[in-house]
Design a protein around this ligand. Structure first.
Ligand code: AMP
Ligand code: MN
Ligand code: MN
Ligand code: MN
Length: 287
């Protein structure tokens, strides 16, 4: 299944492994015509992505993925169609970056107590100029043969309850929505199937999200099952939210997630791209 629209992707500006240019080129090769770059808490990759996109005829939607906190639980939100340099968004991003840095130092200290030396420095080196994330710690742990795979690095060291986990309070959900909206963007609840949350609580989250100005929810993600698509389409309709689609592509090394490899967009759900001024059909035949 191929979608010509992919609204959730990462580059080396955060924890992706391709440069913005490489990402846009690969997206085009995979049949993606409308692409959003949504790096974690940064818009640094967008300028380069936009230049390449223009060269090769891809429509680039400027985006971001923000970590936010709601009722002591962390969620991810995608902002689509943002002005990447808007001052309100930019100052919000700076706060998140400071939080990321102090969290990363604490992750390093905790791993050090578990006889894993140099993790902060190692992760920071891997992140380079990009936003520092737990993925970089996971890559460091794999490089150091402390974990066999990225997934195991998270499971053994970085997930909640594990030695390197540092509880973090990100910007409140409402604040994240305000930053995105101020920058002219649409706030989208990212990969809803990933959260450990009861249906009752999810409905409270969606109510608060909508009230605060959130407009869309990802109904098709790179790893969505058919049931996930049905379930979140239902929620989109019930809460009057638009539907978005995004693979959450990070790296060609992950064989399970590919740019544009997405289930068909569900009938009946209003697509977010119409609101972005894009009148295109995301389902194109696989090739
Ligand atoms: P951070 O925002 O620094 O907490 O890092 C979160 C990122 O880590 C996510 O965007 C994913 O790319 C990655 N991640 C989180 N959990 C896992 C997991 N269990 N396995 C692999 N990657 C994960
Ligand atoms: Mn990530
Ligand atoms: Mn995410
Ligand atoms: Mn993501």
């Amino acid at each position: 299944m191929t979608s010509s629209i992919d609204f959730h992707t990462h580059s080396i500006a955060s924890d992706g492994q391709l440069s913005p240019t490489q990402l846009v080129r690969r997206a085009s090769e995979k049949g993606v015509r409308v692409l959003a770059l949504t790096d974690h808490d940064t818009t640094h990759g967008i300028e380069e992505a936009a230049i390449t996109a223009k060269e090769i005829g891809v429509h680039l939607v400027p985006g971001i993925e923000l970590s936010v906190t709601w009722n002591d639980q962390n969620f991810h939100m995608v902002g689509l169609g943002i002005d990447p340099l808007h001052p309100i968004l930019a100052s919000g991003i700076r706060e998140q970056q400071e939080l990321r840095l102090s969290r990363a130092r604490e992750i390093g200290r905790r791993l050090n107590k578990n006889r894993i030396e140099g993790a902060f420095e190692g992760a920071a080196l891997l992140a380079g100029n990009g936003m520092l994330t737990r993925t970089h710690f996971a890559r460091y742990l794999v490089d150091q043969n402390r974990a066999a795979t990225l997934q195991k690095a998270f499971d053994q060291f970085l997930k909640r309850g594990k030695p390197g986990y540092v509880p973090t309070r990100w910007a409140p959900l409402e604040t994240g929505i305000q930053w995105v909206t101020a920058a002219g963007g649409i706030a989208v609840l990212a990969h809803p199937q990933r959260y450990k949350i009861s249906t009752t609580r999810l409905k409270r989250l969606l109510t608060d999200f909508k009230t605060a100005g959130g407009q869309a929810i990802e109904v098709v993600c790179g790893n969505s099952s058919n049931d996930d698509v049905l379930k979140f389409s239902r929620h989109a309709l019930d809460f009057g939210l638009l539907g978005s689609v995004g693979s959450d592509f990070h790296s060609p090394e992950n064989r399970w997630i590919e740019l544009g490899r997405l289930r068909p967009f569900p009938n009946g759900v209003s697509p977010v791209w119409v609101k972005l001024g894009i009148a295109s059909n995301p389902s194109s035949p696989a090739h």
